[in-house]
Design a protein around this ligand. Structure first.
Ligand code: SF4
Length: 164
């Protein structure tokens, strides 16, 4: 059975991780180690806990009134196949939109391709780039540093529709 490594419990009713009221999935594992990262406990690839994808879907089905789901980390793009499976299921079964954060830039994900780019292609929005302490800005919507972009994407192609 397919599993995903998470750093914390599924959240619901979040208004700080994307537009609307959102479920949030916190992945475990990030190799980037940005100085000033708010979640260093999510760095270890052996930390957190493994969860069966079917158990996650069962739990998400109980969440009523959500606009969408956001993948946070850790680095969601280190587990792109599992994230994509959950993302596709949320869209098809629950009618939710899908956002993800990543320490990779959009351009890096496109260049790497493969499963990482396939996950990008199923998103409505990507907040990209690492947290950079020198560019810290607490006034930005959903982001911590000025280098990070909020990219609205065309589902199915990954094309950038607009950015904030
Ligand atoms: S990419 Fe995100 S989770 Fe990873 S170290 Fe940087 S701020 Fe932390």
């Amino acid at each position: 059975m397919a599993e995903i490594r998470l750093s914390g419990p599924l959240e619901r009713d979040s208004i700080v991780n994307g537009d609307g009221l959102r479920a949030v999935l916190w992945t475990q594992g990030c190799a980037r180690h940005c100085p000033g990262c708010q979640n260093p406990e999510t760095w270890s690839f052996d930390g957190g806990f493994l969860v069966d994808l079917e158990d996650i879907k069962k739990k998400l089905r109980e969440f009523r009134g959500q606009t969408g789901i956001t993948f946070c980390g850790g680095e969601p793009f280190e587990q792109p196949e599992a994230c994509k499976e959950i993302a596709d299921w949320c869209r098809q079964k629950l009618g939710w939109n899908v956002w993800s954060f990543s320490g990779y830039t959009y351009e890096q994900l496109k260049e790497i391709g493969g499963a990482k780019w396939e996950f990008v292609k199923c998103l409505d929005a990507l907040i990209d780039g690492p947290f950079i302490l020198a560019e810290r800005d607490l006034t930005m919507k959903f982001r911590g540093s000025r280098n990070q972009r909020l990219l609205y994407l065309e589902k199915g192609t990954g094309k950038i529709l607009r950015q904030e």
